[in-house]
Design a protein around this ligand. Structure first.
Ligand code: F6R
Length: 367
C-alpha cells in the first residue's frame, strides 16, 4: 500500500497535489444566478452574519487560516474555538451564527461534543470532513451540510494532506459566502478558483526540493528545542510546523506569532535553539525581518522560509527553505509543505516511529 514510500506519512505528503486538486475541481459552480457548493445547502447560509469554527489539533490550525480567509473574502466575522473549550463554555451564539466543525476523521470526541452542544442550542451546523459517513458528517447532513475534503484515506497519525485540503475547502466556503453576501461577484470568484487550481503544480515544485530540506534537517536534528515564528497567514503555519515536528520527531518545538517573541520566548534563544522564521511579502514582512535580526543578535541559528528571490533574507539566514513566488491565496498551502518534509526528515534521523508516534491515536475518540 505504501508503494515506493517507506512511510505512509511520506506518501501522504507527496499525495497533496492530487488531494488538493480533487478537493477543488468541480466542487463549486454557478447555476444561473445561484451558487452551488457540493454537499452544502447554500440557502441556509444566506442569513448567516457570523461564523464559529470548532476543531482540534491540526484541524484547528486550518480553522485559524479559514478565519483569515473568510473575513478577508466575505467580510463575515469568524471566531474559532478549540472544540474541547467550546463544549464546556457558554459561548454567545445567535440564530444567524453558523457553527462549522472541521475534522479529518469525523470521529474526534471533543469536536462531536462541541457540535452536539451547538445543535442542542438550535444552531445551524456545517462540517468540513474527510471521512465519509463519519459521526461528524452525520451530525451535519440534514443541516447546512457536509463539504467532504477529498484527501483520500489518511493512515499516518500525523495529519498532512487532510490539513491542506481543509484549507482548500475553507477557501471554497469563503468564496460561497462572499457571493451570497455580495462581497465578491461571479467574475472575481471564478478568478480565485483559477488561482486555486494552480496550487498542485506549485506544490510539485516544492516537493521536488526535498533533498535540500533533508540537508537542513541534518543540521538541526540534534537540537533539543526549536521555535517557529510567523505572522499573518504564516502564523498558523508556524503552529502547524511546530506541531508536526514535536509529534513525529519528539523534538520540542513551539510555534509563536512572531510579534509575541519579545513577550517571553526570546529568553530561550541561544546558539542551541534553531529558530524557523516564516517570511513572505504581505505577511508582516518588515516586522518579521526585524524579528530575525533580534534572534541573530542573540546568537540564534536562523532557518528562513522565504521566496527564492528574496536575496536579502537568504543572505541573513543560516539555512533556508526556498519557495517559488506565491500570492497570499496559495501561500499557506505551499508554505506548509517544506515544514512537513522537514519534520519527516528530522524524525528519520532521530529514528522515531514516524507513522505511529508514541502515545498518539489517529482519531481521538475519548476526551
Ligand atoms: C496532528 C493531528 C491531530 C488531529 C486532531 C484532530 O497531526 O493529526 O492534531 O488533527 O486530533 O483530528 P480530526 O481532524 O480527525 O478531528
Amino acid at each position: 500500500e505504501k508503494g515506493e514510500y517507506k512511510h505512509f506519512l511520506h506518501k501522504e505528503i507527496h499525495e497533496q497535489p492530487k488531494a488538493i486538486a480533487d478537493t477543488i475541481l468541480g466542487r463549486l459552480k454557478f447555476k444561473g444566478q445561484n451558487i452551488w457548493l457540493e454537499g452544502i445547502d447554500t440557502q441556509k447560509l444566506k442569513a448567516i452574519n457570523r461564523v464559529l469554527i470548532v476543531a482540534c489539533g491540526t484541524s484547528f490550525h486550518s480553522a485559524m487560516i479559514g478565519k483569515q480567509i473568510i473575513e478577508e473574502k466575505a467580510k463575515i466575522p469568524v471566531e474559532i474555538e478549540l472544540a474541547s473549550e467550546f463544549r464546556y463554555r457558554n459561548c454567545i451564539l445567535d440564530k444567524n451564527t453558523l457553527v462549522i466543525g472541521i475534522s479529518q476523521s469525523g470521529e474526534t470526541a471533543d469536536t462531536i461534543g462541541a457540535l452536539n452542544s451547538a445543535k442542542s442550542r438550535g444552531m445551524a451546523l456545517l462540517a468540513i470532513c474527510n471521512a465519509i459517513d463519519s459521526a461528524i458528517a452525520r451530525l451535519c447532513e440534514d443541516d447546512a451540510g457536509i463539504f467532504y475534503t477529498r484527501a483520500g484515506p489518511e493512515i499516518s497519525v500525523a495529519s498532512t494532506k487532510a490539513f491542506t485540503t481543509q484549507v482548500a475547502a475553507l477557501h471554497l466556503l469563503a468564496l460561497t459566502f462572499a457571493y451570497l453576501n455580495k462581497s465578491l461577484h461571479k467574475g472575481e470568484i471564478l478568478k480565485e478558483i483559477e488561482k486555486l487550481k494552480t496550487i498542485p503544480k506549485v506544490i510539485e515544485s516544492v516537493l521536488a526540493c526535498e533533498k535540500d530540506i533533508a540537508k537542513v534537517a541534518q543540521n538541526v536534528a540534534s537540537a533539543d528545542h526549536m521555535l517557529f515564528l510567523g505572522r499573518g497567514i504564516l502564523y498558523p503555519i508556524a503552529l502547524e510546523g511546530a506541531l508536526k515536528m514535536k509529534e513525529i520527531s519528539y523534538l520540542h518545538a513551539e510555534g509563536y506569532a512572531a510579534g509575541e517573541m519579545k513577550h517571553g520566548p526570546i529568553a530561550l534563544i541561544d546558539e542551541n535553539m534553531p529558530v524557523v522564521v516564516l517570511a513572505a511579502k504581505g505577511q508582516g514582512y518588515e516586522k518579521i525581518v526585524s524579528n530575525l535580526e533580534e534572534v541573530k543578535a542573540r546568537n540564534g541559528r536562523v532557518l528562513v522560509l522565504c521566496d527564492k528571490n528574496d536575496k536579502k533574507l537568504i543572505k541573513r539566514s543560516d539555512m533556508n527553505f526556498l519557495l517559488p513566488f506565491c500570492d497570499s491565496t496559495i501561500l499557506p498551502f505551499v508554505a506548509a509543505i517544506p515544514l512537513q518534509l522537514f519534520a519527516y526528515h528530522v524524525a528519520l534521523i532521530r529514528g522515531t516511529d514516524v507513522d505511529q508516534p508514541r502515545n498518539l491515536a489517529k482519531s481521538v475518540t475519548v476526551e
